[in-house]
Structures are given as structure tokens and as C-alpha cells.
Design a protein around this ligand. Structure first.
Ligand code: ADP
Ligand code: MG
Length: 705
């Protein structure tokens, strides 16, 4: 099976003692394990101390794996299909259930005999039982026979694996076999100097102890080494691209601030916040560095990102270039445009708006204005990346809510630079991405954060209400409307169940229209199925104060600025994620009045939804919420990042939980690159080799052209 040159690590898994073709197929389909090496890198996701026994009376259905020492009281086959075994220890009794191997199990579990049962407790009709536990004899006085200590790894498993005979115990045996066969062939993947500087254990020690820890300390060392390595290589691969970009003189040099910037700045009706000033300084440094800027600007809703975009665009204009500002929706583009021309008034810089609904004549005029350079700043939607849009000299692209743009669309924008030098790029997002995640997702981007709201914002009072309180809610809305305020009512729209959602929305609209009848009240409605004109008409009616209530789907999530709106009602709030709820809430509290956010749910909500709602009621800090969201849902599910996802799937480290190691790994990767930007030294040969692997072939979108 091994041709001598091939490492055992690459051997097909079917040749591992105890596997064979049938189990090999299962391991492949269920766990993606095809070789010895794959199995070796399949780490336990949890550990149990097999020397510790849980008394039956203390078992709860939400516990992970438990080990019970109990005697068999009674066995009973029910309906010929299910073997129910009543087991008991001194503290109480419970049921163990078997659907397979009934004959074998019932012969083994003789009444009156004591065994060690190991498995996951579950709740069945209000009673706790344990399905298909591992069964072991009670150890003799010498203790249990084990590889390593008494800590056992628990591996992910599936129904199919268990039915195919790959139980927890079998998995442990396979890991034992693979360690024996392949561990001696594992080569160290980190240079000696890194192991020393970071105090990391050797790879073989780590692999042995991740599967069969000698003790808790050894396990900790093994985990730390493996997590650090994983995050270090991820950061190294991302940062390396940044260092390459830095070395090249591939950016448009914008050495001046320019007159337009100063004219705008001096005319501002307010002072910039400290955070806005800091971010503008960071951007200015980037733009005059001679290197291409690739910066992610994060700031909570209402933190004043638009202002920063305008001032950055004016730097480009002041240096003889053009700037474009791209928004994800027509409504947002219009709103940006309206705000921006206000700020531009004192500068004389010409701006234009280009969207899908721009008329042909207008479009033609804009095209020529962009080509001859008379338009300095263009605001728009996807229409901006059409092929017939050409610039005289595009120097800066600002992309609002980046996650709605695909990589290809960004690449198209890059190609619009006539000089061949890519424009500077500023990506703005109001989805607060935790710093740790931002570092992983955008390791090659620089990150700026506006972490301060403009002064004078009043906190939004957030409350949770159930259906029974609907009449009280309507009374409250009427009181607010009587005070001259406006109200948003938002319904979830998740496109898998679009039809259903629209029915909810329509019913909701009818209900509100009945409770808030004409002529005393005017209700507008906006949703994704309307034409752009319809949407604009309704939105404008609300923005101009002609409608008291706007019933909408989450299309308003990233849109509209209506300072007079003081109430945000979110229907079926349990169906929204935390950051989406937060975004919606950001639509109120923009004026000087006290604002409210009311989260409506059914009477029964899941534990997780309840937790989300409680968090919303307890904090307005978007970053705090994003951190919590990530902890609850895992980074892959974090809203606004589904499409980007993690650039590399992590095997052992977690971006949500290993923030400290991630920071450390990143700083260390930076120091390694500072010393050897091309990783050309012989000491770094192992690093070069690792980064050549396919999985690090991450597309760096600043480089696509
Ligand atoms: P974001 O895009 O981050 O959600 P905006 O740029 O739309 O926020 O700003 C929200 C509101 O705050 C706008 O009405 C804007 O004019 C105002 N604003 C921005 N910066 C300041 C500031 N430094 N002081 C007072 N108001 C500000
Ligand atoms: Mg904005």
C-alpha cells in the first residue's frame, strides 16, 4: 500500500487497521476524511474526563457527554423495534435506548450487572434518556485501560457513522491506530526560531496530545500550538499580499488636501467628532503614501460616515482626480446624493447621480461629464459599473455597504482607472464587524473605526412586547403621532418564504390601516416588489412628513434618514438577527426627540431569540452586539458577512473565541514580515512552503484587474 516514497500520511484511509472499504466510504462522505493525514487532523471538538462519573440524579438534557456507572434493572423490547433498558445508580434511575443491535445489547446487558455508560443525554417526552450509549465494563482496581491519561477526545459524529459502527469508542481506536502509523512521518511545519520565540510545543507532541492528552496542561499546550499555527498562517498569507502591495509604487499619489476640501470643511455646520477627524487623517495619509489605499471604514449607523466619504472624495478632486460613491440601493444612492450636494455647495465641485432609473438623455450628459472630467464626484448604484461609464481620471472609489457587491463587480470598477493605476478604495460598512473577525476577513485591508456618535444623540429606549400588548402599542403610537412624530413598522422579509412574508406584510398593513384610519392618519408602505417610482413616492411621503406611519420590509434597513421618526416597531423581531435589529433601530434616535424601539414577538420564543432580544434591550453598542452575535451564531453566520465568509476554513481555532491568540498571531506575522517581507530567508523556508498550498490562494480583490 505504501510505495516507499509516499508518506503514510497520504495513504488511503481504508488501509488503516479497523477501517476497510465500507467504513472508509462513510468516513469520506460524513467527515471528509480520505487519508491517514486527514484523520490525524480531525480533532476532538470536546473532551471528557473518563475518570469522572455523573450521578443519574444530576443529569440534565442540556449536558454534553456524560459517563454513568449504573446497574441494569430491567430490559424490555418495545414493538420489536426499540430496546429500553432501565439503569440505576444510588441516586436514581433512567432509561437507555437502543434501536440497533438489540439482540446483541440485550444479551450483554444482563439484569443486575453494573456497567459504564457513556453518551449524550436527551430529553424525550419530558424524561431524560440516553440513546445508544457506549457500554464498557466497570474497570478493575487498576483503573481503565487508556492511551494517555483519563481525558478522552469526543469527535463529531453522525447518525450514519454510528449506524455504520463508527461509535465514539471506535473513533478513539482509529485515532490510536493512525497515530501509531503516521505520527512519526509528520514534519515540523514551523521554523525552529518561531517555536522558540513563541514557546510552542513541537507538532508531533501537539498531535499526540490533541487526541490523547496526557493531562490538562499537555492538552492546553497542544491546542495553543495548533490554534496559533492555524491563525498565524492565515494572517501571514493575508498580510503578505499587503506587504507586496506596499512595496510596489502602485498607488496614485495625492499629495495635497486641496482647496475644495478646505472650503467644505470650513462651511460645515458642526464640528467633526474626534473619531471622524482621526479617520480622515488615516485616509489622507493613505492617499498621499504612493501606495494604493485599501481601507475598511466601520461605523455604527449615524456615526457620520457620509461626511468622511465626502471629504475623502474632495481630496481626490483637489488633486485633479474624480471620485465615485457607490451605494447598494437606489433609495440610498438618492439619499447620499441629496446629502452630498448640500456639503458640496460651498466648493463648486460638480456632482451627479447615476442609477438604473436615470433617463437616457441625462445618462448621456453624465457619461460625457465623466469623460471630460467636468463631473468631480459621481454618486450611484450598480449603474456606475456599466461598461459605457468611463472616467477621465478615477482616483477614489467609495463603496458603501460593501457586502452587497461581489468581487467581480469591484474588479470592474478598478478597470475604470484610465492610467492603469488602480483607484484608492474606501469600503464603508455600518455592520459592525468585531475587530477579530475584520482582521480575518479583511486581513489585507486597513481598518478604521468611527467609534463615537455625533453629540446630541439621545439613547433609544428599547422594549420587548408580545402580541397581547398590541392595543397598548397602538395607543402609544397614537400618542407619539399626536406629538407630531412618525413611526416605522418593519416586517421581516426572508426570501426563502417570500410569499408567506408578503402575506404577513399585507395583513400587517391592513391591520394598521384599520387601527389608524384616514383622514386622521396616513400610512405609507414600501417593499421590494414595488417599482422604483412607487418606492420613491412612498418613501418621499414619509420623509416629507406627509405620512405618519411607514410600513416596510427590511428594505429600509440601510436606508432613509428621517430625523422626525421617533418610533421603530419591529414585528416578528425573533426572526431578525442581532445586527439587523441594531441596524433597524439606528433609523430612529436621529433627531432631538426621545426615541423608542419596540420589539414585537409571539408569546413563545426560543431561548436564543429571547437572549437576542434581551441584549437589544440592554445595549446600544453595535460592536458589543456584533461580538455577542458572533459568539451565538459563529462567524460564518454573521450578517453581512455570509457572502464573504472566512477566507479559509479553520480547523481548530475559532475567530469568535480565540481573539487573543488571533491578535497575537497577527502581530507576530507582522513582525516576521517586517524582518523578511518576501519570506526569502532560509529560516523561513517552511513558511514559504506552507503558503504555497492551495488553501492560501486567497483572492485579494485589490489585485484583481
Ligand atoms: P452614517 O452614514 O454613518 O450612518 P451619516 O453620515 O448619514 O451617518 O450621518 C448621520 C447624520 O449625522 C447626518 O444627518 C449628518 O449630517 C450628521 N452628522 C455627521 N457628522 C456629524 C457631526 N460631527 N456632528 C453633528 N452631526 C453630524
Ligand atoms: Mg450612511
Amino acid at each position: 500500500m505504501s510505495d516507499g516514497n509516499r508518506s503514510a500520511l497520504e495513504s488511503e484511509i481504508q488501509y488503516l487497521p479497523g477501517v476497510g472499504p465500507r467504513r472508509a466510504a462513510l468516513l469520506k462522505s460524513e467527515l471528509g476524511v480520505g487519508t491517514f493525514g486527514d484523520l490525524l487532523r480531525l480533532y476532538p471538538f470536546r473532551y471528557v474526563d473518563r475518570s469522572s462519573i455523573t450521578p443519574i440524579s444530576e443529569i440534565r438534557p442540556d449536558m454534553a457527554y456524560v459517563q454513568i456507572r449504573a446497574a441494569v434493572i430491567r430490559t424490555e423490547v418495545i414493538g420489536g423495534k426499540r430496546l429500553s433498558v432501565t439503569i440505576a445508580d444510588r441516586s436514581g434511575e433512567m432509561e437507555a435506548v437502543f434501536f440497533k443491535g438489540i439482540k446483541w445489547v440485550s444479551e450483554k446487558l444482563k439484569t443486575g450487572r453494573e456497567f459504564i455508560f457513556f453518551g449524550k443525554p436527551t430529553n424525550f417526552n419530558g424524561r431524560i434518556n440516553i440513546v445508544h450509549p457506549d457500554i464498557d465494563p466497570v474497570p478493575d482496581a487498576q483503573g481503565m485501560e487508556q492511551t494517555g491519561g483519563s481525558i478522552n477526545g469526543v469527535y463529531s459524529s453522525t447518525e450514519k457513522l454510528r449506524n455504520g459502527g463508527i461509535t465514539a469508542k471506535v473513533m478513539n481506536r482509529l485515532q490510536e491506530a493512525v497515530l501509531r502509523a503516521a505520527l512519526p512521518e509528520v514534519k515540523e511545519s514551523l521554523p525552529e526560531y518561531i517555536l522558540k520565540e513563541k514557546g510552542l510545543v513541537a507538532i508531533r507532541y501537539a498531535l499526540k496530545n490533541i487526541h490523547f492528552p496526557d493531562n490538562m496542561t499537555a492538552l492546553e499546550k497542544a491546542r495553543y500550538r495548533l490554534k496559533f499555527e492555524e491563525l498565524f498562517f492565515l494572517q501571514l498569507s493575508l498580510l503578505k499580499q499587503k506587504y507586496i502591495r506596499r512595496r510596489g509604487e502602485n498607488g496614485i499619489m495625492m499629495s495635497r488636501v486641496g482647496e475644495a476640501f478646505n472650503l467644505c470643511y470650513r462651511a460645515l455646520p458642526f464640528d467633526l467628532t474626534g473619531a471622524q477627524k482621526r479617520v480622515i487623517r488615516e485616509i489622507r495619509e493613505d492617499m498621499r503614501s504612493g501606495h494604493q489605499m485599501n481601507r475598511l471604514l466601520q461605523g455604527d449607523v449615524g456615526s457620520g460616515k457620509t461626511m468622511v466619504a465626502v471629504l475623502s472624495a474632495l481630496i481626490a478632486v483637489g488633486n485633479g482626480y474624480q471620485a465615485c460613491i457607490m451605494a447598494p440601493t437606489e433609495v440610498l444612492a438618492q439619499q447620499h446624493y441629496r446629502n452630498i450636494i448640500k456639503y458640496l455647495e460651498p466648493t463648486g465641485v460638480k456632482a451627479a447621480l447615476l442609477t438604473g432609473s436615470s433617463r437616457t438623455a441625462e445618462r448621456r450628459e453624465i457619461h460625457s461629464g465623466l469623460e471630460d472630467g467636468s463631473i468631480g464626484i459621481i454618486v450611484g448604484t450598480h449603474a456606475l459599473i456599466e461598461d459605457d461609464v468611463r472616467f477621465r481620471d478615477l482616483g477614489l472609489a467609495v463603496i458603501d455597504e460593501q457586502h452587497r457587491f461581489g468581487v467581480e463587480q469591484r474588479a470592474k470598477l478598478w478597470r475604470k482607472s484610465s492610467s492603469g493605476i488602480p483607484p484608492h478604495v474606501l469600503v464603508m460598512t455600518a455592520t459592525p464587524i468585531p475587530r477579530t473577525l475584520a482582521m480575518t476577513l479583511y486581513g489585507d485591508l486597513d481598518v478604521s473605526v468611527i467609534d463615537e456618535l455625533p453629540p446630541g444623540r439621545k439613547p433609544v429606549l428599547t422594549m420587548h412586547a408580545t402580541e397581547g400588548k398590541r392595543n397598548a402599542l397602538y395607543r402609544f403610537m397614537k400618542d407619539q403621532i399626536a406629538l407630531g412624530r412618525q413611526v416605522f413598522v418593519v416586517y421581516p422579509l426572508i426570501f426563502e418564504s417570500e410569499t408567506l412574508d408578503y402575506r404577513n406584510l399585507e395583513q400587517g398593513f391592513d391591520q394598521i390601516a384599520r387601527a389608524f384610519p384616514l383622514p386622521d392618519y396616513k400610512v405609507a408602505i414600501v417593499h421590494g416588489k414595488q417599482s422604483n417610482e412607487e418606492k420613491r413616492f412612498n418613501m418621499d411621503a414619509f420623509a416629507a412628513g406627509r405620512a405618519n406611519i411607514l410600513v416596510a420590509t427590511s428594505v429600509i434597513e440601510v436606508g432613509v434618514d428621517v430625523p422626525n421618526a421617533s418610533v421603530m416597531v419591529i414585528e416578528s423581531a425573533e426572526r431578525f438577527g442581532l445586527s439587523q435589529l441594531h441596524q433597524l433601530r439606528g433609523r430612529v434616535g436621529r433627531g432631538s426627540e426621545r426615541s423608542y424601539c419596540i420589539l414585537m414577538t409571539g408569546d413563545k420564543v426560543s431561548k436564543e431569540s429571547r437572549h437576542r432580544i434581551e441584549l437589544m434591550c440592554s445595549t446600544e453598542n453595535g460592536f458589543e452586539l456584533a461580538e455577542e452575535d458572533m459568539k451565538m451564531r459563529g462567524p460564518g453566520d454573521l450578517e453581512g458577512t455570509q457572502q464573504s465568509g472566512l477566507p479559509i476554513s479553520l480547523n481548530i481555532a475559532s475567530v469568535a473565541k480565540d481573539g487573543i491568540i488571533l491578535n497575537d498571531a497577527r502581530a507576530y506575522a507582522e513582525s516576521v514580515l517586517e524582518r523578511d517581507p518576501g519570506l526569502t530567508s532560509s529560516a523561513n523556508a517552511l513558511l514559504r512552503e506552507e503558503l504555497r498550498k492551495e488553501k492560501y490562494n486567497i483572492r485579494d480583490y485589490s489585485q484583481i484587474s
